[in-house]
Design a protein. Sequence first.
Length: 125
Amino acid sequence: MATFDLTKLISHFAQSNKAEGKSPKTVSWYNEMLFDFVKFLRSTGREAILAELNTVAVREFIVHEQDRSVSPYTTQGKVRSLKAFASWLLREGYTPESMLSNIKLPKVPTKIVEPLTPAEIDLLR
């Protein structure tokens, strides 16, 4: 199983998501995020196989995305996608455990929304 092609597994994951009724946008989003990881693996000279979906490679991918100044929200989304994919691989019996359970999501900035002042509220009336 370690030599399974990640691109084929991602396609199976997409089919599963479609069958579960996830929206086409969601399925497309997962594919885009997961194929970015595949591109990263290939750019580092690694094969896009199941054995390469591990904590070391994913952490390297996170740092790579951060070094490229990718939005923290996008980077976190990519990690969420990888974790969801790893959980699906476990549920489907491709792996004996979720390989990415130890990966923590990268932090994103907290957006603070300032409430309107009473004067601003009066202007809206």
